[in-house]
Design a protein around this ligand. Sequence first.
Ligand SMILES: Nc1ncnc2c1ncn2[C@@H]1O[C@H](COP(=O)(O)OP(=O)(O)O)[C@@H](O)[C@H]1O
Ligand SMILES: [Mg+2]
Length: 291
Amino acid sequence: MLNRFQFARLRSFRRAAHLQEQVTRRQTVGARVVCVASGKGGTGKSVVATNLALHRARMGERVLLVDFDAGLANAHLLLALAPAHDLGHVLEGRVSAREALVEGPSGLRLLSGGVGRQTLIDPTRRELDRLFKALRPLEEDFDLILIDHGAGVGYSTVAHLAATSTLLLVTNHEVTALSDGYAVYKRATAVNPTIRVGLVVNRVPDQRLAEAAWDRFRGAAVRFLGHHPEYVGWIPADPAVPQSVQRREPVLQSFPDSSAAQALRRVAAWAPIDHARTASAFYERARRALR
Ligand SMILES: Nc1ncnc2c1ncn2[C@@H]1O[C@H](COP(=O)(O)OP(=O)(O)O)[C@@H](O)[C@H]1O
Ligand SMILES: [Mg+2]
């Protein structure tokens, strides 16, 4: 028999264990979510997102790539997939989100954006809410969800940025791309003051130019917004990338030893991707951001 003292200790021990379990569950249940966005189009978001997805899938994670570049979806082309369904079908309720997934290399899954779908280009708040609700079950199935956005700060991108813990902002070193990237950064930190933003400077001739671009970006962010973005790294302009696009394969697959592939692996190892978790379900947060 336990005496009163032992009994009380056991009870508080059980309670502590229960609390610990709740905390662990909250931290381990549900996917981490990383958004990939840019100010300007063509900076390399989809190249970064597809290669990142592949790298993480190869490391054994259950990875979902959501192509949210409504109307200009092309992740399926970069992966040589021909999805029968896309986000538009999910929005229309024709299939469930799980039914719309297709399997890509190393077991990664893609939820395609669908090309030229008007509802996705300009969704109403109600439509987006319905879509986020439909996507919510996917959070239980994956370790990592990567969302490949369209350029700029459209309504649906902003809802995602308000909900995510982590954003990869892809730019190149040109002043126009940096300035547009800064506009996305400004919007992201306005709707989500605790967001963690990592800058990827893509398609750069050399490291010096990449670092000059980073200095310029960070300087403006700190001076005008009082925010501190992080430098994920730079990816060289490398003919292996367009060649891999031509082959419809991620460059990690086609030219694993190319300098772009090496740089992309470093980007994929950015530590905050391992911690990109929010306190509550991502798609619930995104729905709340719509209100
Ligand atoms: N590091 C790079 N070196 C050379 N070409 C690149 C690089 N990154 C991207 N590209 C080229 O730019 C094109 C656009 O990239 P993409 O990822 O589709 O841009 P986004 O998704 O931002 O619109 C790709 O088809 C590819 O040929
Ligand atoms: Mg793209």
